[in-house]
Ligand binder design. Structure first.
Ligand SMILES: NC(=O)c1ccc[n+]([C@@H]2O[C@H](COP(=O)([O-])OP(=O)(O)OC[C@H]3O[C@@H](n4cnc5c(N)ncnc54)[C@H](OP(=O)(O)O)[C@@H]3O)[C@@H](O)[C@H]2O)c1
Length: 304
C-alpha cells in the first residue's frame, strides 16, 4: 500500500528536493505551504498553513505514516525569531504527529550548527528543538539529521561563493586553516528517502556531509576551483571588521525592507568557526546510504 509522508519546507530549497525524491520512490506527499498553490496530482496534496497554525498541522499530518520536518527559520535579527519557528513550530508539529495516531516516524532537519549551540541564535534554536523533540516524541520514532552546508540547484546561499570562485576569486570567511564540509542536496534528499525505508534507525543525531576523505579547508577548495576553471583562483580573506560592517548594513537594510537578515553578528560566529568537519559514520552504519557527489564533481558537472 502507498505510504504517505507529510513534509514541511517543500516551498524552500532542500524541501523541494526531498519531495521530488520521495515522490520518485512512490510515497504520497502532503506538503505544507504558506502561499496558495495548485495541487499537482492525487499523490501530491498541498495543505495551506504554517507552523504557527495547529489546525493546519493537524490537517497536514492527517493519515500520514511519516513526517519529514524540513521547514526552518534560517534568517533572523534576534533569538526570538529563531525560537518561534525552529523550537515552538517543531514542537507543535510533533504534537500534531502524535495526536494523528498514524505517524510512525518523524525526521527533524536540524543542522551541523546544532553541535555548537553557543555560536549563534540559529544554532541554539536547532539544538533546543532537537532536545525537546526527543523529550516529547514518545511512541513516534524520531530521527535527527545534522547536515553541513547544503548546495545544489535552487540554493541561493552557497551559489554566489562558487560562482565567484569559478570567475577566479574565492572570498575566505574565517581562519585560513578552518575545516569545512559540504553536501549536495541530492545526496541529502537520498538520505531522507533511505532513512524512511530503513529497518534500523540511529537514535542520536546524525551528521551528513559529502564524505570526501580528509574534508576540506580553504586551500583545498581553492585548488578544486582552479582545476575546474583551468585557471588561477585568488583566495581573498575577508577581515572580521569588514564582516561586522557588512552584517550591520544587512540588518539595517533588511529592517527597512521588512525582511529578516541572513548575515548578522550572531551568524558571523558560525561562519568563522574553525571546525565544521563532519562524519557520516553514524548514519551510514544504520541506513543504506553513501553520498555520491563531491564538491569537485558538482563544480565540474555544473550540479549547483
Ligand atoms: N541550506 C543549508 O545549507 C542548510 C544546512 C543545514 C540545515 N538546513 C536546514 O534545512 C531546512 C531547509 O533549509 P533551506 O536551505 O531549504 O531553507 P529555505 O530555502 O529558506 O526554506 C525554508 C522553508 O521553510 C518554510 N518555513 C519557514 N518558516 C515557516 C513557518 N513558520 N511555517 C511554515 N513554513 C515555514 C519556508 O516556507 P516559505 O517558502 O513560505 O518561506 C520554506 O519552505 C531548514 O530547517 C534549515 O535549518 C539547511
Amino acid at each position: 500500500m502507498t505510504e504517505t509522508v507529510a513534509i514541511t519546507g517543500v516551498t524552500g530549497f532542500i524541501g523541494k528536493h526531498i519531495a521530488d525524491n520521495l515522490r520518485a520512490r512512490g510515497f504520497a506527499i502532503r506538503a505544507l505551504t504558506r502561499s496558495p498553490r495548485q495541487t499537482r496530482d492525487e499523490n501530491f496534496t498541498w495543505v495551506r498553513g504554517a507552523l504557527e497554525d495547529k489546525d493546519a498541522l493537524a490537517e497536514l499530518v492527517s493519515g500520514a505514516d511519516h513526517v519529514v520536518h524540513c521547514a526552518g527559520q534560517v534568517r533572523g535579527h534576534n533569538e526570538a525569531v529563531f525560537t518561534r519557528c525552529n523550537v515552538d513550530g517543531s514542537l507543535r508539529l510533533m504534537q500534531a504527529a502524535k495526536e494523528s495516531g498514524t505517524c510512525q516516524r518523524f525526521l527533524f532537519m536540524s543542522s551541523l550548527a546544532a553541535r555548537h549551540p553557543e555560536l549563534s541564535w540559529y544554532a541554539k534554536s536547532k539544538r533546543i528543538a532537537e532536545q525537546r523533540l526527543a523529550d516529547m516524541s514518545g511512541p513516534v520514532s524520531l530521527g535527527i539529521f545534522r547536515p553541513t552546508a547544503v548546495y545544489g540547484p535552487g540554493d541561493k546561499e552557497m551559489k554566489p561563493l562558487f560562482d565567484w570562485m569559478l570567475r577566479g576569486v574565492l572570498p575566505r570567511l574565517g581562519a585560513p586553516d578552518a575545516k569545512l564540509s559540504f553536501i549536495h542536496v541530492n545526496d541529502l534528499a537520498q538520505a531522507v528517502g533511505q532513512w524512511l525505508v530503513a529497518s534500523q534507525l540511529p537514535t542520536a543525531p546524525s551528521e551528513l556531509c559529502d564524505g570526501v576523505s580528509g574534508g576540506y579547508n580553504w586551500a583545498r577548495v581553492q585548488a578544486i576551483g582552479a582545476e575546474v576553471r583551468r585557471g588561477p583562483v585568488r583566495l581573498v580573506g575577508i577581515p572580521l571588521s569588514v564582516l561586522k560592517v557588512l552584517a550591520d548594513l544587512s540588518v539595517l537594510s533588511c529592517r527597512l525592507a521588512g525582511k529578516e537578515p541572513m548575515l548578522t553578528r550572531s551568524k558571523i560566529h558560525e561562519l568563522t568557526h574553525r571546525d565544521w568537519s563532519a562524519s557520516n559514520q553514524r548514519l551510514s552504519e544504520n541506513i543504506d546510504w553513501i553520498p555520491e557527489i563531491s564538491l569537485e564533481r558538482a563544480l565540474r558537472e555544473g550540479l549547483f
